[in-house]
Design a protein around this ligand. Structure first.
Ligand code: ME8
Length: 514
């Protein structure tokens, strides 16, 4: 059995989740559900990043102890992901005991090996990035271009990781594994950074006086492990390293680390280098996705354009939010969110094109075939196309081209609607052409059955409803082992369809939610 291990970035808990966070988690859930359906042994990990000065500061502002603040914020993230119907196998918190112990173990291993050493660092530090920044990367006002704030001058005795020792090995890793960093443009950025002589060893600890909220450096009470080594390690501690090595070996290396483009360096340079130092295989792929913007602008508290995924799901439902975010934005690039476009698109595609096709088809089956899936085996081009849709759909899914995968499905649905309009089965039945009429309905049901299966990772609840109305009792998510040859003719002639009303209700704009 194949395994597939997919992870997301773990979100800082200094603020509540926004749609940018939700976007990434939904994508990971879609990948997890897609691979489960194909019969793989999937592990899907997500969670939260709780240490660091940003979180410590937010706790202070909220008048809470950091741990109490994190407990509260973590539960908000977990609740939001439940609401979005995420099927994660574990939710990791970097304050979990097993994680902290493992981070100390990893740190000690690298220290003993000499890959971590003590030194002095002087530089400009951006709290938003939780990283040192270079003067030449600042904007004309001297601000970090990502966080619009000036970095602080910092001079400290810290522990450093010998990245310079691993630069060649990283280049070799990238050369030997062409898909290890995606999309291609992001890989080029990484190669350029690796070739920059200024990219040197990086600091992996902070003095206790500048950071208290973190995992202590083993054997040095004056130093705290700095967030990135702590955060990145979640990908291995979350599957049992080193407390459950059987599970770890079952899932590692990660097949896919899904992250945003802003943290590519940490994942495509620091992380594989740390793993190489710890003698652990690097991940198979890091994919750096684009950002969700609103009116072309970054989501930011100060702009007041941060959209809460909870409010969207409360008003419009998880399927609609999941569908729109994936259908309307190219995953490898930035995409804009607009509530008007969201409502328009979801209504047009899920309620009209798909929902109405099902409703029309089943109404005709009820009227003309006693509500029973007709026993036909039509050889129509549309049926052939439905039987072959998985080829192009899978090609897009395997490249994380979610919007294109959805477009391919809806091109098929559109054709089925056109076919129904052209063939007019209601007239065929009236004229006594029962076989012809049944063939049209059977073909449309085949399109619907296929569409339900393929759209399931995106809109699990909607897919299940379609599946049920087509006369199936089983759980569409666990039909599992989606061996594509077996997918032909799974429509069950003789099964009773259940035309129990619209599977997707049209959305109405609610001002407060968007
Ligand atoms: O970076 N659109 O946490 P974070 C799409 N804790 N994705 C977005 C986004 C947007 N508008 N805004 C943020 C961190 N993201 C670290 C990660 S991983 C070991 C540690 C993405 O809360 C962002 O790119 O700032 C990242 O992948 C994730 O949300 C968490 O961001």
């Amino acid at each position: 059995m194949n395994k597939f291990y997919v992870t997301t970035a773990i979100d800082y808990v200094n603020a509540t989740p926004h749609i940018g966070h939700a976007y990434e988690k939904i994508a990971a859930d879609i990948v997890a559900r897609y691979h489960r359906m194909k019969g793989s042994d999937v592990f899907f990990l997500t969670g939260v990043d709780e240490h660091g000065s940003k979180v410590e500061k937010s706790a202070k502002e909220a008048g809470k102890e950091p741990k109490e603040f994190c407990d509260d914020m973590s539960s908000k993230f977990e609740a939001a992901w439940k609401k979005l119907n995420l099927s994660n196998d574990h939710f990791i918190r970097t304050t979990d005991d097993y994680h902290e112990a493992s981070v100390q173990g990893i740190f000690k291993k690298l220290l003993d090996k000499g890959d971590i050493y003590k030194g002095t660092y002087e530089g400009l530090y951006c709290e938003g990035c939780e990283d040192f920044v270079r003067e030449r990367d600042l904007d004309e006002d001297g601000n970090c271009p990502n966080h619009m704030k000036p970095p602080k001058k910092l001079e400290e005795n810290n522990y450093f990781f010998k990245l310079t020792e691993y630069k060649d090995k990283l280049r070799q890793w990238i050369d030997a594994n062409p898909d290890c960093i995606k999309p291609e443009g992001r890989k080029k950025e990484i190669l350029n950074q690796l070739n920059d002589p200024e990219l040197g060893d990086f600091s992996v600890s902070r003095a206790r006086h500048s950071l208290t909220w973190g995992v202590p450096v083993p054997g040095d009470s004056e130093q705290v492990i700095y967030v990135w080594i702590d955060a990145l390690s979640n990908y291995i501690t979350g599957i049992g390293y080193p407390h459950d090595m059987e599970k770890f070996k079952r899932y590692w290396p990660a097949d896919l680390h899904l992250i945003g483009k802003d943290i590519n360096k940490f994942h495509s340079i620091f992380w594989p280098a740390l793993l190489m130092a710890a003698e652990i295989e690097p991940p198979r792929q890091v994919y750096a996705h684009g950002f969700i913007t609103v009116n072309g602008k970054k989501l930011s508290k100060s702009l007041g354009n941060v959209i809460d995924p909870n409010a969207l799901v409360d008003e419009y439902g998880a399927d609609a939010v999941r569908y729109y975010l994936m259908a309307a934005t190219p995953f490898d690039n930035d995409g804009d969110f607009s509530t008007e476009d969201f409502i328009k698109r979801v209504n047009a595609e899920l309620a009209n094109n798909l929902g109405n096709l099902l409703n029309r088809t089943l109404t005709l089956v009820d009227r003309n075939c006693d509500g029973i899936v007709p026993d036909q085996d039509p050889e129509h081009i549309l049926r052939k196309q439905a039987n072959e849709i998985h080829v192009v759909f899978d090609q897009h899914m395997d490249k994380l081209e979610f919007a294109k995968a959805i477009d391919a499905l809806f091109a098929l649905v559109d054709q089925a609607n056109k076919y129904m309009n052209d063939e007019k089965p209601w007239t065929l039945f009236k004229e006594g052409k029962k076989k012809e009429g049944e063939e049209v309905l059977f073909t449309c049901m085949e399109v619907l059955r296929r569409t339900a299966m393929h759209i399931y990772p995106f809109t699990p609840a909607l897919a299940q409803k379609i599946w049920y109305q087509l006369g199936n009792d089983d759980d569409i998510g666990v039909i599992g082992d989606r061996k594509d040859d077996d997918m032909f003719d799974m429509l069950k002639p003789g099964a009773k369809v259940r035309n129990t009303g619209p599977v997707f209700n049209r959305l109405e704009l609610v001002e407060a939610a968007g």
